[in-house]
Ligand binder design. Structure first.
Ligand code: AMP
Ligand code: MN
Ligand code: MN
Ligand code: MN
Length: 280
C-alpha cells in the first residue's frame, strides 16, 4: 500500500518523523511521503528512518495556496529540499503563519482565552503554528470538547478566531513545486466544498499551471467519492494519488489501515516519481 500524504510534529501531526515512519511500516505501507504543511524540516529524518526500515520514501510538502480567494492545499512530491526557490517560499509562509497566529491569539484573547499564542507555540515543536495547535489549546482549556467543535465554533472560516491569510497563489505554488523538481498534486479535492462547475474550473486551472496529479483516495474517502474523483482524473488527464492525511494516532486513527488501491481506470502518480524504487 502507498501513502503519499502524512504529517509529523514539524507541522500539525503528533508523531515525530521517526515515529511516523515506524508507524507506517507497522501498518504495511511500502511507499511513504511526508508532506508537512508549508514545511520540509522533517524530510531528512523521515528519509533516513525509511531507509533503515526498507520503506520507499518520497520527500514532500503540503503547500497552502490561494485560488480565487479560497485557501487550498497542493502537495509537492519528490521535491528537492535544497531548492532555493522552494526554501524562500516556505520562509515567507512561515512568517505569514506567525503573523496569523498572533492575530488569532488576539481574537481568542478578546473572547477571554488567555495566553493562547504561547500555549499553541508550545505544542508546535517544529516552530510552525497551525490551527490544530489552537484547537488543542481550546480543548485543553476546556473551551471545546474536541477538535471538530474547536473548528466549528472558533477556527474555521466565518468563525470568530479565523484569520484569512494571503498564501501564495495556485499558479506560483505549482510553479515553485515544479521548479524544485517536484510533482504537484491537488490534495483532497472534495474537501473545499466547491460546486461541480467550480471544481472543474479549479482542476482545469491546476492542470494549466503544470499540476500533474490529484488525490483520488484522500483519507477516509467513500466508494462514491473515489468513483467521482477517478472520473475527474481521467477527464483532465491527471495522474492519481493516494494519501491518508495522517496526523497522528489520536487525531486520525485508522486512516492508514483503511487506504485502498486505486481503481484500475487511474494511472498512478508513482509513474512519474523517480525516487520510486530507489531504496530497494
Ligand atoms: P492551517 O494550515 O493552519 O490553516 O490548518 C489546517 C489544518 O487544520 C488542516 O490540515 C487540518 O489538519 C486541520 N483542520 C481543518 N479543518 C478542520 C476541521 N473542521 N476539523 C478538524 N481539523 C481541521
Ligand atoms: Mn493538517
Ligand atoms: Mn490538507
Ligand atoms: Mn494534510
Amino acid at each position: 500500500m502507498i501513502d503519499l500524504h502524512t504529517h509529523s510534529t514539524y507541522s500539525d501531526g503528533t508523531f515525530s518523523p521517526m515515529q511516523l515512519v515506524e508507524y507506517a511500516k507497522k501498518k504495511g505501507i511500502t511507499t511513504l511521503a511526508l508532506t508537512d504543511h508549508d514545511c520540509i524540516g522533517g524530510v531528512r529524518e523521515a528519509s533516513m528512518v525509511a531507509k533503515q526500515n526498507k520503506l520507499r520514501f518520497v520527500s514532500g510538502v503540503e503547500l497552502s495556496v490561494l485560488w480565487k480567494n479560497k485557501a487550498l492545499h497542493v502537495l509537492g512530491l519528490n521535491i528537492d529540499i535544497n531548492n532555493q526557490a522552494l526554501i524562500d517560499l516556505l520562509e515567507i509562509h512561515k512568517c505569514k503563519r506567525l503573523e496569523r497566529a498572533k492575530l488569532m491569539a488576539h481574537k481568542l484573547e478578546e473572547l477571554g482565552l488567555e495566553n493562547s499564542l504561547a500555549k499553541a507555540t508550545q505544542m508546535a515543536p517544529g516552530g510552525l503554528v497551525a490551527r490544530p495547535h489552537f484547537a488543542r489549546v481550546l480543548v485543553q482549556e476546556g473551551w471545546c470538547k474536541d477538535f471538530a467543535q474547536a473548528f466549528k465554533r472558533y477556527l474555521k472560516q466565518g468563525r470568530p478566531a479565523y484569520v484569512p491569510t494571503d498564501w501564495v497563489n495556485l499558479e506560483k505554488g505549482v510553479a515553485t513545486i515544479t521548479q524544485a523538481g517536484g510533482v504537484a498534486v491537488l490534495a483532497h479535492p472534495l474537501r473545499y466544498r466547491l460546486t461541480q462547475t467550480k471544481l472543474r474550473e479549479l482542476i482545469a486551472d491546476f492542470k494549466l499551471f503544470g499540476g500533474m496529479g490529484m488525490e483520488v483516495i484522500a483519507g477516509m474517502s467513500s466508494k462514491q467519492e473515489i468513483f467521482e474523483l477517478s472520473a475527474l482524473c481521467q477527464k483532465f488527464d491527471l495522474l492519481a494519488s493516494v494519501g491518508s492525511d495522517f496526523h497522528g494516532e489520536h487525531i486520525t486513527p485508522d486512516v492508514m489501515n483503511r487506504l485502498t488501491a486505486l481503481p484500475d481506470t487511474c494511472r498512478s502518480i508513482l509513474e512519474v516519481l523517480p525516487s520510486y524504487g530507489e531504496n530497494e
